[in-house]
Design a protein around this ligand. Structure first.
Ligand SMILES: *Cc1c(COP(=O)(O)O)cnc(C)c1O
Length: 239
């Protein structure tokens, strides 16, 4: 069945409301304040009209996973007061392009990329906020830092002048069952809490970004402060 544009817009409104309700319900059940969980709307492959309709529902944070797509959408379309995060893998040769337009890079995962970000940020007089992406399940097919390397990376980063660590991001394997999924989220949360006590000028653990369309309620139950939701709002992506 094909939807008319009006129906599609209605669906976006309904879906955002449902996601917000689910986040609140899960937070309250876990004894958390729903206001401590921020909803990122993931807009990869979504056209600007649909994005704007989501923004009209009070969304103030969008995520893109490709540099090129983020730049295209930034080009006069998405209002400048909407925060834009990069959530996909970042290559060194794209760092300079993206820095002026991105508020947070959630996918920093190596000393090399962090050094490049700091260097390029210094060149434009910016201090770039990042999250460290952890490969929590040790999956070969995925990017992200191995958790046992985190201390080394943070030690290196404390010597970098124009980059600031704001927290941790994770993309655990998609699990059908709640127990396995929550085990990964709980591991990420544990690391987040452990590192929160570590004080350094440019490391401040405030954001724990985890949970997507299929599992965000479980991520909230395990302590996520930001969830990244795409298809539960816009429907299945067409590439
Ligand atoms: C695409 C993407 C999401 C959103 O995925 P959905 O399952 O559509 O909600 C979240 N995080 C990252 C890193 C992504 O690439």
């Amino acid at each position: 069945m094909e939807y008319s544009l009006q129906e599609y817009y209605r669906a976006i409104e309904d879906n955002i409301k449902t996601v917000r309700d689910n986040i609140a319900e899960s937070a309250i059940k876990a004894g958390r304040d729903p206001a401590d969980v921020r909803l990122m709307v993931v807009t990869k492959t979504v056209d600007i009209n649909r994005i704007n309709h989501a923004l009209a529902q009070g969304i103030d944070l969008i995520g893109e996973n490709r540099v090129q797509e983020l730049l295209e959408k930034n080009d006069g379309f998405v209002p400048s007061d909407v925060e834009k995060h990069l959530i996909g893998h970042l290559q060194s040769n794209k760092v300079a392009k993206i820095l002026p337009f991105v508020s947070l890079i959630e996918s920093a995962d190596s000393v090399g990329i962090c050094a490049e970000i700091s260097k390029r940020a210094a060149a434009i007089g910016k201090t770039q906020d990042v999250l460290i992406e952890l490969n929590i399940a040790g999956e070969e097919s995925k990017t992200g830092l191995q958790p046992e390397m985190l201390d080394d990376l943070l030690a290196e980063m404390s010597r970098m002048s124009n980059i600031r660590v704001r927290g941790i991001m994770g993309v655990p394997p998609i699990c059908e069952d709640e127990i396995t999924a929550r085990r990964y989220f709980s591991k990420l949360h544990q690391i987040f809490v452990d590192k929160s006590s570590q004080k350094s000028d440019n490391i401040r653990m405030e954001i724990l970004s985890m949970g997507m369309s299929g599992d965000y309620a479980w991520a909230v139950a395990e302590g996520a402060t930001e969830v990244r939701v795409g298809s539960a709002i816009f429907g299945i992506r067409r590439y």
